[in-house]
Design a protein around this ligand. Structure first.
Ligand SMILES: Cc1cc2nc3c(=O)[nH]c(=O)nc-3n(C[C@H](O)[C@H](O)[C@H](O)COP(=O)(O)O)c2cc1C
Length: 202
């Protein structure tokens, strides 16, 4: 059974929900999966996994600093996973196909270059603009986003509601492809318990 870690950093929850969906899909595919907030990766042994997926949400052009630190510290081991290393970003810019290309240029490529990351697969997904009264963005940030979106033209967004640009079919397809491209077991294989028992008898 393959064993993978899905490590995410999410300020407002959109990336977390995507990571949770991937966890669900991995379980349905009989993959042993650990879903981990990057803040809890201090003692995580990446060599215990066959694959790692890392995801982060963008704010003012950046993923959370916790994820930046993780990528900087772990890049060598992450790159060892090759095909089995996936990276995805979540942002407002990627709300439509043209935006996905822009977001790749603006956020993904510079991130991979900066941390010298060589994932086998990458994706940028549309995120969420939650402009409801009790949004996790808070009043100030909601106000700023509302103003920015209003400039894009009338009736494009619900300026007092939920604007969810996550395309679940695309997200599921990407993750399915990631799993289907798996290249063998990478984790250090622990000895078979039966072999150990047999060895002690002789
Ligand atoms: C204050 C703020 C700044 C943002 N800045 C950007 C940005 O620079 N580029 C972008 O594409 N999306 C931006 N977004 C949209 C977020 O990427 C989007 O809400 C995403 O779903 C956040 O992911 P998270 O919920 O996992 O943190 C911003 C959102 C907020 C609230």
């Amino acid at each position: 059974m393959y064993k993978i870690a899905i490590i995410y950093a999410s300020r407002y929850g959109a990336t977390k929900e995507i990571a949770e969906k991937m966890e669900e899909n991995a379980q349905a595919a009989d993959v042993d999966v650990s879903l981990v907030d990057v803040k809890n990766t201090f003692k995580l042994d990446l060599t215990a996994f066959d694959g790692v997926v890392v995801g982060g949400g963008i704010q003012i052009g950046k993923i959370p600093s916790s994820l930046r630190k993780f990528l900087k510290k772990k890049r060598a081991v992450l790159n060892l996973f090759k095909n089995n290393f996936g990276v995805f970003l979540v942002c407002g810019t990627a709300k439509d196909p043209a935006g996905v290309e822009t977001a790749k240029e603006k956020y993904l490529t510079p991130l991979l270059t900066k941390y010298d990351l060589k994932p086998g697969t990458t994706a940028v997904f549309g995120g969420v603009f939650d402009l409801r009264l009790n949004s996790r963005f808070g009043k100030l940030k909601s106000g700023l986003i509302r103003k920015m979106l209003a400039e894009e033209g009338p009736k494009k967004y619900d300026l007092n509601g939920m604007n969810d640009f996550r395309d679940w079919a695309t997200i599921n397809r990407w993750f399915e492809a990631y799993l289907s491209n798996f290249t063998g077991f990478i984790r250090k294989q622990s000895p078979d318990p039966d072999e150990i028992k047999g060895a002690s008898k002789n």
